[in-house]
Design a binder for this molecule. Sequence first.
Ligand SMILES: Nc1nc2c(c(=O)[nH]1)N[C@H]1C(S)=C(S)[C@@H](COP(=O)(O)O)O[C@H]1N2
Ligand SMILES: [Mo]
Length: 172
Amino acid sequence: MYKIFLVLLITLCINAKENLNSTQYETNEVFIDGLVLNKLTLNVEDLEKLSGVKTGSMPVICMSGQTKESVQSYEGVKLKTILEKANIKISNKSDFNKIYIQVVASDAYEVIFSYNELFNTKNGDNVIVFYKKNGKVLEPSEGKIGLISSDDLRTGPRHIRWLEKILVKKID
Ligand SMILES: Nc1nc2c(c(=O)[nH]1)N[C@H]1C(S)=C(S)[C@@H](COP(=O)(O)O)O[C@H]1N2
Ligand SMILES: [Mo]
């Protein structure tokens, strides 16, 4: 009897911990900071007011080659649209080649995009800050805002859950 109780207690504790882990990183807004003229704080409502895009279906594929999930659509705003609103500070023409965007999640997961990649390749049109997946708002386990570079060969690495910061920086 005592053993059954103990097993039950441990199971309850593990479940509670998993629930906490899946929701503790949820972000309500994203900050745009660094080399910009207008620093921004955007929540889902603010994002909905910007000109929106909806992707087609795609698999989320890990760098290992493993398919993590198949998604019907993401809805959100192009990262480019947000950066245009923030207005990146460009002082001279070599800045175009040196500026990069560091994207940070609340669990400290980070990825980068170069200025040229976003504004000077077709891939730039497929980098989306999203707040809906498969027509629905995001679950707390991955919400409320994310980002995906939807045309990457492996879409997993630059799929960011719990998007928190978009930082515009420049290499030395
Ligand atoms: N915030 C955050 N986003 C993340 C990760 C992470 O650890 N933290 N892992 C990435 C990886 S390695 C992959 S393959 C995809 C899909 O992983 P998932 O199935 O764990 O969501 O999410 C990516 N997004
Ligand atoms: Mo991954």
